[in-house]
Design a protein around this ligand. Structure first.
Ligand code: LHQ
Length: 260
C-alpha cells in the first residue's frame, strides 16, 4: 500500500516505520504524504488502540530530505510546503485520540525531532540522538519544535539547543525529560511492543480524552481548566470502559477494556 513507510497492525497496535534507511529516513514529499495517510488510517480504525512510530535502519528521521528540497522547483513557498506536509504530520500525531509511542531508534533531527516530540511517549535506544539541526542550515525551528520543545525542556534549555544546534544524547534526553525511557538498542523493540500492547488493552477513550484535556489545559487558566475537565468527564463517564472499570473494581476482578 505504501512505498516509503511500512505500516503493520497486530493486537490493536499499529506500527508506522519510516523506511528510507539509507537517508536516515529523511522526509521526501511522497513519504510525507504516506505518513499523513497512515496517521489518518489509524485515526479512523477503532481496532487500532495504540500507534508506534519508528525508523528503519540506524536513524529515526533526519528531517527534510535536503537533496530533494534543493531540487524542488515550483511556485510553492517553504511555508506552503510546511503547511501542506509536516504540519499535518505533527497535528495528526498530536491530536489523534489514542496513545502514540515514539520508538526512537536513532537520530531524530529537524522535522524528525518534531515528529518525535509530537508523540506522547518517547522510548529511546541508548544510541539515539536528538538534534534540532535547523540552525545548522540557517533556519528557525518548524514542525512544532518551537512549541513542543520548550514545554519539555523549559525555555532556556530549548533556546540553547536550538541556537547552538547542539545534539542531545539519549542519557541526557532522559535526564532532561525529552525521553521517557532509554533502553539498550537491542531491547528497544520488545520494550516498546510490550508497552504498546498494554496501552492497546487500556481504556482508549479515556486516554484520548486525557490527551484532549492536557492539550487544552496548556492554554487555560486554572478556573477554565477545571471547567473543561468537568465537561470532558461528562463524556468519559458515558464510556463502556468507565462502567467496566467500576464493575471490575467492585467485583474484585480484572477489567476487560474494549476501547469504547
Ligand atoms: C540526508 C539527510 C537529509 C538528505 C542524512 N537529507 N540526506 C523544512 C522546510 C524546508 C527546508 C528545510 O527543512 C525543513 C525542516 C527540517 O527538517 S530542517 C533540518 C533538515 N535536516 C538536517 O539538516 C539534518 C541533516 N543531517 C545531518 O546533519 C546528519 O546526517 C545527522 C546529524 C542527522 C546524522 O549524522 P550521521 O549519523 O553522521 O549520518 P550521515 O550524515 O553520514 O548520514 C547518512 C546518510 O544520510 C548520508 O548519505 P551518504 O550518501 O553520505 O551515506 C547523508 O547525506 C544522508 N542524510 N540526513 N536531511
Amino acid at each position: 500500500m505504501f512505498e516509503f513507510v511500512r505500516f503493520a497492525v497486530a493486537d490493536g497496535v499499529a506500527t508506522l516505520t519510516l523506511d528510507r534507511p539509507d537517508r536516515l529516513n529523511a522526509l521526501t514529499r511522497a513519504m510525507t504524504s504516506e505518513i499523513i495517510e497512515a496517521i489518518k488510517l489509524c485515526a479512523r480504525d477503532d481496532a487500532i488502540r495504540c500507534l508506534i512510530v519508528t525508523g528503519a535502519g540506524r536513524g529515526f528521521c533526519a528531517g527534510q530530505d535536503l537533496e530533494e528540497f534543493q531540487a524542488l522547483a515550483g511556485p510553492e513557498t517553504v511555508g506552503d510546503h510546511l503547511r501542506r506536509g509536516f504540519n499535518q504530520i505533527i497535528l495528526g500525531l498530536y491530536n489523534i485520540e489514542k496513545p502514540v509511542i515514539g520508538q526512537i531508534n536513532g537520530v531524530a533531527a529537524g522535522a524528525g525531532l518534531g515528529i518525535a516530540l509530537a508523540t506522547d511517549l518517547r522510548i529511546a535506544a541508548d544510541k539515539a540522538r536528538f538534534a534540532a539541526a535547523f540552525i545548522g542550515i540557517g533556519l528557525a525551528p518548524d514542525s512544532g519544535v518551537s512549541w513542543l520543545l520548550p514545554r519539555l525542556l523549559g525555555s532556556a534549555k530549548a533556546f540553547e539547543m536550538l541556537a547552538s544546534g547542539g545534539v542531545i544524547e539519549a542519557p541526557d534526553a532522559l535526564r532532561l525529560g525529552l525521553a521517557n525511557q532509554v533502553t539498550p538498542a537491542e531491547e528497544l523493540e520488545p520494550t516498546v511492543l510490550a508497552l504498546a500492547r498494554r496501552l492497546a488493552q487500556a481504556p482508549t477513550r479515556g486516554i484520548g480524552l486525557t490527551k484532549r484535556t492536557l492539550h487544552r489545559a496548556a492554554g487555560l487558566t486554572l478556573a477554565e481548566a477545571l471547567d473543561y475537565e468537568a465537561q470532558v468527564q461528562d463524556i468519559a463517564i458515558g464510556t463502556a470502559d468507565h462502567h467496566e472499570g467500576v464493575a471490575a473494581f467492585l467485583g474484585k476482578r480484572a477489567p476487560h477494556f474494549v476501547g469504547r
